[in-house]
Design a protein. Sequence first.
Lengths: 150, 150, 415, 415
Amino acid sequence: MNDDLRELYQEVILDHSRHPRHFGALAGATHSGQGYNPLCGDRVAVYLAVDGGRIADIKFEGKGCAISQASASLMTDMLVGRTIAEAEKLMGGFLHLVKGEDAADLQGDDRERLNVMAGVSAFPMRVKCATLAWHTMKSALEGGAAAKTE
Amino acid sequence: MNDDLRELYQEVILDHSRHPRHFGALAGATHSGQGYNPLCGDRVAVYLAVDGGRIADIKFEGKGCAISQASASLMTDMLVGRTIAEAEKLMGGFLHLVKGEDAADLQGDDRERLNVMAGVSAFPMRVKCATLAWHTMKSALEGGAAAKTE
Amino acid sequence: MMAQLKQVRPTVFEPPRADFEILSRAIYGKPLVYLDSAASAQKPRQVVDAMNAFAANDYANVHRGVHYLSAAATQAYEAARGTMQRFLNAAQADEIVFTKGGTEAINLVAYSWLAPRIRAGDEIVLTVMEHHSNIVPWHFLRERQGAVLCWVDVRDDGSLDADALDAAIGAKTKLVAVAHMSNVLGTVTPLKDIVARAHAKGVPVLADGCQGAVHATVDVRGLDVDFYALTGHKLYGPTGIGALYAKRAHLEAMRPFNGGGEMIREVTRDFVTYADPPARFEAGTPPIIESVGLAAALDYVSSFDRNAVKAHEAALYSHAREAVREFDWLRVIGDAAGKGAILSFESAGMHAHDVATVLDREGVAVRAGHHCAQPLMERYGVASTIRASFALYNTREEVDALIEGLHKARKILTR
Amino acid sequence: MMAQLKQVRPTVFEPPRADFEILSRAIYGKPLVYLDSAASAQKPRQVVDAMNAFAANDYANVHRGVHYLSAAATQAYEAARGTMQRFLNAAQADEIVFTKGGTEAINLVAYSWLAPRIRAGDEIVLTVMEHHSNIVPWHFLRERQGAVLCWVDVRDDGSLDADALDAAIGAKTKLVAVAHMSNVLGTVTPLKDIVARAHAKGVPVLADGCQGAVHATVDVRGLDVDFYALTGHKLYGPTGIGALYAKRAHLEAMRPFNGGGEMIREVTRDFVTYADPPARFEAGTPPIIESVGLAAALDYVSSFDRNAVKAHEAALYSHAREAVREFDWLRVIGDAAGKGAILSFESAGMHAHDVATVLDREGVAVRAGHHCAQPLMERYGVASTIRASFALYNTREEVDALIEGLHKARKILTR
Ligand SMILES: Cc1ncc(COP(=O)(O)O)c(C=O)c1O
Ligand SMILES: Cc1ncc(COP(=O)(O)O)c(C=O)c1O
C-alpha cells in the first residue's frame, strides 16, 4: 500500500471519521458557524459555549469525507477547555501543518496529537477538506459569517 | 510589376475609378438602392429610371476603392438601355466572373467588356469590393433594401 | 452484401492510444488511467499539430485584413464553421456561432434570445439532470425578470419521462432546456420526441449537447432542435472554444450579446447597427487558433466509424457495470437503457473524495463531486458521486484498473 | 556606474526573429513583412511549446477534480493568474479574471458592474479614439437603459486633452472608459492623470489596455485604475483568452455575467448562490491551455528589457515616420508626442484597400480599414486608413520594404 495513503488514512483518522467526538447540536451555544466546501459538498456546523474567554463546550455536525470529519472531530477534542487566544494559536499552527508549511508554533502534546493530520500536506487537493472545520470555528469565534473553502 | 496586380489595376479600371461614368444623383428615379461594405467603409448609391421594363437611365454615387468605383461605373455603362431581364442575366454572369467561377452565361461583347474585372478573382479579399455596386443594383430592382457585403 | 456483413460483425475498434501522448505518462509511478473524459477529453496529436501548423504558417487576425495571412486565417476560421455545420448537419454554415465554450453558448441563448422575450410568470421547463450551465442562466432570468423554472424529474433509473416533460409544458412556457446526454447519469434523452412535442405546443427547445455531441452523431435538422450547444474540449478539441447551433430564423431575431469589433455594421457617436448573424454574436477577436483545432478534432472524431466507437465505449461501460455488481457497498446512479459510457456511483461508508484519492494514487483519474449537477445530487439524496467516464482511447484493462482500485479503496478506507 | 552607462547607451535590441517561425515564410515568393501586430501578434515558439508541453503532460479540467492531472492543471491555471497579477502589478491574484479576450473583459464590466448601477440619463464618458470594443458595450446601456454617452474629442495631432476629459465628467457620470493606447493613432493617454481627476469627482475609470499592455509595463496600482482590460493574442499569446483586472472591492460588488459551472456556491431548484470573485465571473470550463500560453507569453515579454524593446519599436516608428515625410500625397493620422509604434495614414487619390493590396503582393502585411474605430475615422473625415504597426520582432529592413511598397503602390495606382 502506498505510503502517502497510509499516512493520510491512519487508523486514528478513520476512527475519528467513523466515531466523531462531540457530534451533535449544542443547547445554549454562545457562538456558531456554518462551513461549506462547494467543490465536494462537504458541510460542517460548529457550536460553541464560550464562558469567560474560555471554550467551555463544543459540538459539531457535518457530512463529508473522512478527512473533513476526522479533522472536525479532532478539532473539537483539542479545543474544548482552551482560552480563545490558545484556540487561535492552535488554529494557526494547524493550518501551517496541513499545508506542509513550517508549524514551529505547534509544540509538545498539541503537535503530537495534530501530527495525525500532517499527511494531508502530500495531498494538496485535500487540504481544504482538512481545514473546513477550522475555518468554520474561526468564523464562529469572529461572529459567525458562513465559512467556505473555495 | 506583379502580373496579378497589372491585371487587377488595368488602365481601364483606373480610368473608370478616376472618371466614373454616370456619376451623380438622378432626378425622377423610379428605383434606388444603398450599398455599404462595413469591412472597408465603401458606400454606393444607385438610382434607376425604369420605363416599360427597360432601364432608361442609371446614376450612381459612391466613395471607395478603385475596384468598387470602377465596378460601379462599368456597371452603369453596361446596364443602361437594357431590359430588367437582361440586366439580371448580366449581373449573374458578373458575379461568376469575379469569383473565378464558370461565367459561360457571359458572352460576346458583354464578356469582352466585363473581362477587365476578371483579375479580381485572384484577390479573394477584394471580391466584395467588386460586387458591392452590383448587389446594390439588384436590391434596387427588387425594391431597395440596403445591400451589404459582409 | 458488404454492408450487411459489416452490420453483423462490427469493426473491432482499436483505441488510438498512440495519438494521445499524455496517455503513456505515469502518475506516482503507475500508468495513467484517464477516466475523466466527461470533464474534459485529452487532445490527439492531430489537433495539436493542426494548431501548431496554423500558428507557424497562416496566423493573423481574421476578417478585417486585406493581406494574405489575414485571408488565410479568415478562410481557416470560416472553414471551421463549415466543418461544424457538417458535423451537426446544419442547413447553413451561418447557423453556427463560435463561442468560448458550451456554457457561453447557452448563456448566449439566455441573453440574446430569451431575456428580451420573457416576462414575469413565464416559464422555462428543464430537467433535474441538467448541468449548472443549463440551469444558472435560467436562474438569472428568474432573479432578474421573474421567470419561473419548471423542473421535470427523472425516473429512478435516470431515464427521462418524455410524458412528464410534455406535461410540464404549458401556456406560459417559453423554452424547454434539456440535456442531450447527462454528464452524471449518462442518460441520453429522447430529444427528437421532446422537440416534436414541444413544437406541437409552439415551444422551442434548447439542447445542451456538451456530452451528447461526443458520443453519437448529431443531426440538428433531423432532430429539428432550435438551439444546440456544444463545447470543444470534450470533443477532443482545444479549450477556449465551443459553438451554438441555432436555426437561422432564431439567430436573425436575436439581439447582440457582447459588444465590440466584428459584430457591428456601423458605429457612430449616437447610434450603432449590427452585423448579420453569426458575426453579430462573435464580438472581438474570436478563438482563431482554437477554431482550427476544433475543426481538426471534428475531423478526427469523424475519421472513425462512429458506431464502432460507440460500441467500444458501450463495451467498456458494460464491463465496468458488470464488475461493480459484486460490490454490495456500491450504488450505481443512472441505469437507463441506451445510456452513454458514464458510470456514476456512491459507496456506503466511503466518501467520494476519499475513494478518488485512493484511485488517484493508483494512477486512476476519476471525478468525485457534484459534477455541476447539484439538483441531481439532491434528487438522489447524495452530496457527491464518483464518476468514471469512458472515451474512445480507453481500454478494457483500464476498466480493470478501476475495479482493482475500488477494491483497494475499500480495503484502505473501511479497515 | 554600470547602471549609468546602461542609461547612456541603451542595450541594442536584437529582434528575436528565430522565435517566430512564421516570420521566415514567403508570401507570393517575397519574404513576409508582418506589420499587422496591432491586429494580432505572432506567437513565439516559447508560447507554442508551453501549450504543447502542458497538453502532452498535464492536461485535465480544472478545479473540480481530486486527481493528479486535475491538480496539475488547476495549479497551472492559477499560476497563470499569478503571472498576470505580477505583470500588471495587481495587489492580489484574485483581482484577475480570465476572459475570452479584451472585448469580453470590457463587456464584463458593462454587464456586471455598470448595468445594475446605471439609470436613464446617467453618463458614460469616453473618447472618440476608442475601439468599438470600448464603445458598443456602452451603446448597449444607451439602447437598453437610457445611458448617455459623452464623447471627448482628441486634438488634431491625436493627443488626448486631459482637461477636456475632466470637463466632460459631471454629476451624472458613472464611468470613464478610455484607451490606454489607441490602436489607430498610437496615442498613449495620460491615464494616471485621468484616473486621479476622475477619482477626485468620485468616478471610476476603465482603461482599455489591449494595446497599452503590449508596449509598456503596466502598473495598475500605480495608476490606481479601477478596471484594466487586456487581450492575450496581441501580447504574443494565444487567441481565446484575455483578462480583466478590477479592484477587489469592485469585483465583490459585481453581479455574475455568464452562468454555469465553477461560478456558483450552491444551486438548488429554487435559488442559486454565487462563488467569490474571480470564480464568480469564470463560468464554465475556462481557456485552460490558453492560460498556460498566456503566462508563457507574459514571461516571454518580461524576459526582455522592456525599455529596450520600447526604444526598438520607437526607432522603427521614427524611421517610418521620417521616410513618409517625403510623400506629399500621404497624410499621417496621429502624431502625438510619446506615441506608440503605430503608423496610420491616408493617401490622396489612393484608397487604403488598393494600397494594402499592392503592399500585400510585395509581402508586406498591413491593415486597411476603419480598425474598429469608426467614430475616429469620422473625426478625421476618412473612411479608412492604412495602418502599419511595429512589434518587437520587426526590423529596420522591414520598414524599408514598407516604404518601397508604398512607392510601388503609388506607381501602380496613379499611373
Ligand atoms: C452536460 C454539460 N453541459 C454543459 C457543460 C459546460 O461546458 P463548458 O464547461 O465547456 O462550458 C458541461 C461540461 O462541463 C456538461 O457536461
Ligand atoms: C484598443 C483595443 N481595444 C480592444 C480590442 C479588442 O480586443 P479583442 O479583439 O482581442 O477582444 C482591440 C483589438 O482588437 C484594441 O486594439
